[in-house]
Design a protein around this ligand. Structure first.
Ligand SMILES: [Zn+2]
Length: 280
């Protein structure tokens, strides 16, 4: 019976019969989404796959066969961190919409802010070096990395190039490898398979390292053969399914992912098992 359902669903979309967590989405509180989503759509040059709200994400997920999503909020200035995290704390533990906290490198009391984020119940923090103008190994970040390691918080890093910014970029796969060496207890998740547009470097210096890499903005942007090779080289147990929704269509990304010749065990791990491990 499940196989039959799967066949019928496939004509509309691929609905796997195991949980699928989209570990990389960008959501906005309703009032902000109405303004931010259209302006970002113009900036990115592509229409969003939904309106950027929690309700929009839930509806899209239901249509695509996605069980839950992880929101990664980005603070563009230090004084927006407090109220943004106060809002997203209600989603810190899921169950269908999870949220990490935002953080900003210009916060003075980094250890204190990380402690506050941990006490709000978040499992991790998102950082974006292009919007936040810093490098992972700047000495000003050392207190933050140490505090995240101490509280067991994941750091979810934007990695590599970025569609709407120009080079030189503020991060690279090599810098992530260096950060991992400097703070081996820090739980790192790097987006875009370790470096958008820098995949040969990521394959060389990050594949096989004890960091999580996500699949957002890799399908349709790089050779799918290289995605498969990197998954195998890195180990499927450290790969996260992610889509960057609403800026990619999660249904299309899931369909492309399911088309890769992976085993059922690898698919289950990438789609959900590894996320459980990430936030544990
Ligand atoms: Zn993103």
């Amino acid at each position: 019976m499940p196989n039959l359902n799967r066949k019928i669903d496939k004509s509309i979309n691929s609905h796997p019969d195991f949980p699928v967590i989209d570990a990389h989405v960008h959501l906005y509180p309703d009032a902000i989404a109405a303004k931010v989503t259209p302006s970002l759509a113009q900036r990115f040059g592509n229409a969003p796959s939904f309106d950027g709200t929690v309700a929009g994400c839930r509806a899209k997920n239901a249509a695509c066969g996605i069980t839950a999503s992880l929101n990664l909020p980005v603070a563009t200035k230090p004084d927006s961190v407090g109220h943004t995290n106060a809002f997203w704390a209600q989603y810190a533990k899921g169950p269908d919409i999870f949220s990490f906290a935002c953080f900003h490198p210009q916060i003075e009391d980094k250890g204190g802010e990380i402690e506050k984020i941990a006490s709000l119940g978040f499992s991790g923090v998102k950082l974006h070096p292009e919007y936040q103008l810093f490098r992972f190994n700047d000495s000003c970040m050392d207190d933050a990395w140490a505090a995240m390691s101490e509280f067991g918080l994941v750091v979810y890093l934007h990695a590599g190039g970025e569609r709407v910014f120009s080079p030189p970029f503020h991060s690279s796969p090599s810098e992530i490898a260096t950060l991992h060496k400097r703070f081996p207890k820090l739980k790192i998740a790097a987006a875009h398979l370790g470096g958008f547009g820098m995949w040969d470097e990521a394959e060389e210096v990050l594949a096989g390292e004890d960091v999580f890499l996500d699949l957002s903005h890799t399908f349709f942007w790089m050779p799918h053969g290289q995605i498969l090779r990197m998954i195998r080289k890195h180990g499927a147990h450290r790969i996260l399914f992610g889509t960057d929704a609403p800026w990619q269509d999660p249904g299309q990304v899931l369909e492309a992912f399911l088309a890769l010749p992976l085993s059922e065990a690898e698919r289950r791990a990438i789609c959900g098992g590894n996320f459980e491990e990430l936030i544990s």
